[in-house]
Design a protein around this ligand. Sequence first.
Ligand code: GLP
Length: 265
Amino acid sequence: MEVIVLPTKEKVIKLAAAIIDKELRRNPRTVLGLASGRTMEALYAELVRMHKEEGLDFSLCHTFALDEYIGLSKNDVHSYHYYFQHHFLSHINIDQRNVHIPNGLAPNLEEECYRYEYEIKKLGGIDLQILGIGEDGHIGFNEPLSALLSRTRVKALAPATIAQNAPLFGSKDAVPKRAITMGVGTILESKRCILLATGKHKAKIIAKAVEGPITSMISATALQLHTHCSVIVDEEAGKMLENRDYYLWVFNNEPEWEPFRNILT
Ligand code: GLP
């Protein structure tokens, strides 16, 4: 795992977008894993800008959403189907047949989860998985005690997650109680993961996710097992990291990051 602490949220977004840009230019058929949430809105806005102004091409790529609420239709403004189209997919040149999001209205949810895993496998797995983090440490909707080897399945949302997402729905009661989510094991099979977090409300959980022991109580800690995972945070989200100076030293000295360091200056 690598940790990159950048001065501002804008730089976090810029670096993440630059990594995606590089990957898409290297392999136009990239299979991208997408996360929802407020943190990602700025990332999608930047990718849309890069598509419109710099010709970033999504025509051959595939996307897989991490999760979807159960019981919401695709047109419901609170569904992740709507979220991804609204913030990202309807503004770029992706082939809509290449867009994959779990169907939270499937008559047989278990079958839907198997189907989703199969679709990921059929395309050779996820090349680059973008992740946010919930305040309880979830990735996707892998709530506390999610098995570290879990696959796509139905999960009940934790009260903390319901509270965190309530402002988007108007009230806690309006938040669905369950979701389909890729499992921790599914996420760990991605070839590369990038986790983004910004703001002081994420500082405590980022410190636990990066420097704490691996535990199914905090599914983001499982990323410590991943062989190519970058955690990119702003100053506020990184402020409780004990080894911040070490992470900075690595970022400033690893040749892999050199072209990216220039973008950030
Ligand atoms: C939801 C998503 C997660 C995401 C989290 C973070 O819970 N299921 O995948 O990481 O939101 O949200 P935010 O960026 O709004 O803090």
